[in-house]
Design a protein. Structure first.
Length: 99
């Protein structure tokens, strides 16, 4: 079963996805996906060592097997993001949503 926090998060994602400001999903993608991709490499490694986890157990959340080069992926993501035609108001809304 989902925790109350997870239910609230899923509800918010669904609300944005079906609303008139889908660009707000960028804030969630940045926080969840890129944050977990970038910092998750370190977090997964630390958790594996400190908890003495066997390979592939307990840290799958931090494994991104379809991304061969994290640095290149993030660089390309930023390149695409910076080409989006967003107003200053939309940009601020994305930042606010991510927080």
């Amino acid at each position: 079963a989902m925790s109350p926090a997870t239910k609230a998060y899923v509800a918010r994602i669904e609300e944005i996805a079906s609303g008139d400001k889908p660009y707000l999903l960028i804030g969630h993608q940045y926080s969840r996906y890129l944050g977990d991709l970038f910092g998750g490499q370190m977090m997964g490694s630390m958790a594996r060592r400190s908890l003495d986890l066997s390979e592939g157990h307990g840290v799958q959340f931090y494994e991104f097997k379809d991304i061969n080069n994290t640095k290149d992926y993030i660089t390309e993501w930023y390149h695409i993001l910076n080409r989006l035609e967003l107003t200053d108001v939309e940009k601020q809304a994305i930042v606010d949503e991510a927080n």
